[in-house]
Design a protein around this ligand. Structure first.
Ligand SMILES: Nc1ncnc2c1ncn2[C@@H]1O[C@H](COP(=O)(O)OP(=O)(O)O)[C@@H](O)[C@H]1O
Ligand SMILES: [Mg+2]
Length: 248
């Protein structure tokens, strides 16, 4: 069965003064898939999320979500259209409770969602999904790292995304907390969500991704099924090295 294309990243470049962080990157994301995005530090992964989510403008190229170009749109509008990201370093609102952190995000869900569910119901659903029911009244800075990452995910869910972009959401987590997050991502995919999964832990990427894109120095190095990409001599040379043995 042909999957429907959700996101079209077309020849995107991004320069910061003399530094070209993205040098013409193209790829698609289909509905209901997890696309793993890996590459060395400084490859441009976070920059890619920044331009897709409208935090910073592209230098050139196009980004199309469900037929609508996101280029030039404000980030709150892009969020309403369904492209939602989490941040590499915690972005929780300090001094505010888990409930308030998630509730704020629910205000950026698509308009058509408003009629279906109240902001409070949406907030409660996202908090329950992330297993944070017992922590609703906890203030952000009192949470463990694992709980903070789950709030990040709940915030993203509260915006009712079509495309979820997670930026190193497993960083700093123990294996139990990591597994919990991975289970949640797979559950979302099974519900039809599309996910771009940026992660340093290659084993997790290879395990849950349907396809993998590798970028290095702002350019796409490889794209394909996890096992195919893991065997690519160039990917092994530039990024994987011995970190991910072929027999996994
Ligand atoms: N706001 C910025 N201003 C200047 N340079 C930046 C900015 N954001 C990222 N860069 C540069 O762009 C490159 C890609 O960075 P980044 O996207 O953070 O990589 P990754 O997330 O893959 O580690 C790096 O060289 C980084 O220093
Ligand atoms: Mg990054």
């Amino acid at each position: 069965m042909m999957q429907a294309k959700l996101l079209d990243v077309r020849d995107v470049t991004k320069s910061f003064g003399g530094i070209q962080a993205l040098g013409g990157v193209s790829f698609d994301v289909y509905q209901g898939e997890i696309l793993g995005l890996i590459g060395p530090n400084g490859a441009g992964k976070s920059t890619l999320f920044n331009v897709i989510s409208g935090l910073i403008p592209v230098t050139s190229g196009d980004i199309v979500l469900g037929g609508t170009s996101l280029v030039g749109l404000r980030c709150d509008r892009i969020c309403e259209l369904g492209a939602v990201r989490t941040f590499q370093s915690a972005s929780l609102l300090i001094g505010m409770t888990v409930w308030d952190n998630v509730h704020v995000a629910s205000l950026f869900r698509p308009r058509e969602h408003y009629a279906r569910e109240s902001a409070a119901d949406c907030t409660a659903r996202a908090i329950a999904f992330a297993g944070l029911q017992d922590r609703v009244n906890a203030v952000a800075e009192t949470l463990t790292v694992g709980e903070q990452k789950r709030v990040e995910l709940a915030r993203a869910m509260a915006s009712a995304p079509r495309l979820l972009m997670t930026d190193e959401i497993l960083a700093g987590l123990n294996s139990t907390d990591s597994q919990g997050i991975l289970d949640m991502l797979v559950q979302l995919k099974d519900q039809g969500m599309s996910i771009i999964f940026v992660e340093h832990d290659v084993r997790s990427v290879m395990r849950i991704s349907d396809r993998v894109v590798v970028i290095a120095q702002g350019r796409k190095l490889a794209e394909g099924a996890p096992q195919e990409v893991a065997r690519s001599p160039e990917v092994i040379k530039v990024y994987l090295g011995g970190r991910y043995a072929q027999n996994h």
